[in-house]
Ligand binder design. Structure first.
Ligand SMILES: CCCCCCCC(=O)SCCNC(=O)CCNC(=O)[C@H](O)C(C)(C)COP(=O)(O)OP(=O)(O)OC[C@H]1O[C@@H](n2cnc3c(N)ncnc32)[C@H](O)[C@@H]1OP(=O)(O)O
Length: 221
């Protein structure tokens, strides 16, 4: 796992987010527009050429591999490439998770890019988002947990649109944390999941005077 330290202030994090979040939102708009556009083939081809130019521009300076999760010395994580919550990842829905001890919650708007059955959320997307949320709930004690087992039960189709999700720790046993999660629409729960989250035995967090104790660490931002 990538635990590189990037020693920047919270103000610098906010400054960087103020640049990349609008860019990511624009790319989400682009994805949605491509899916639903009904302009002529000529205009679609012209759009492709313009997008290729932008891609070439961005590729002039690229980070090798993936973004990883850099941390500040205060251990605030920046998982900005993350597939569910990444601030720089247009694949991620704009998922803003609220955390409190043992609990993670969020609201989201899932549009055309997240479709499985016509008009409904893809089951894999529901599983992805609930997987993220159980990880966030399990990690509110400052120690990261990996998903060992995630059991997902689809109770009824989840229509695309405004949704909420919630994950709550139901128990801990050694390095294992048990979490229950739900995804809901306006009429109630559509998907539920149970997870066994595990803090790996050989996992070592960076230590040192400059770093806060695990309980005070914020694993993402
Ligand atoms: C804030 C950030 C949120 C991010 C959320 C993102 C969530 C994710 O997507 S994580 C990515 C997906 N998950 C993975 O890639 C995990 C891959 N697997 C692994 O790395 C390892 O198998 C891991 C960490 C799960 C367990 O490894 P290890 O630490 O060696 O476990 P091990 O010592 O064998 O077992 C410890 C306990 O867990 C149990 N256990 C081990 N694996 C599993 C499993 N897959 N499912 C359930 N229980 C398990 C064991 O039975 C044992 O229980 P007990 O203490 O009662 O005997």
């Amino acid at each position: 796992m990538d635990f590189r330290i990037e020693d920047i202030s919270e103000e610098e994090i906010d400054r960087r987010l103020s640049v990349v979040e609008p860019l990511t939102d624009s790319v989400r708009q682009l994805v949605d527009a491509v899916i639903r556009s009904e302009v002529s083939d000529e205009r679609l081809t012209a759009a492709k050429d313009r997008i290729d130019e932008i891609v070439a521009d961005l590729r002039e300076q690229q980070r090798p591999g993936s973004f990883g999760t850099p941390y500040t010395k205060e251990f605030i994580g920046m998982p900005w490439g993350n597939a569910a919550v990444g601030a720089r990842n247009a694949v991620a829905p704009p998922l803003h998770v609220r955390r409190s001890p043992g609990l993670a919650e969020c609201e989201m708007e899932l549009g055309a890019a997240y479709e499985g059955p016509g008009g409904c959320v893809h089951g894999g997307i529901a599983a992805l988002l609930l997987d993220q949320l159980v990880g966030e709930a399990a990690s509110t004690d400052g120690l990261p947990s990996f998903t060992g087992t995630l059991t997902v039960k689809y109770l009824r189709p989840t229509l695309l649109g405004a949704l909420s999700a919630r994950a709550e720790v139901t128990g801990r046993e050694g390095r294992k944390t048990f979490v229950h999660a739900t995804m809901s629409d306006a009429d109630g729960v559509t998907v539920e999941a149970d997870a066994i989250m595990i803090c790996p035995k050989d996992f070592e967090l960076p230590t040192g005077d400059a770093l806060p104790p695990p309980a005070d660490r914020r694993l993402d931002r």
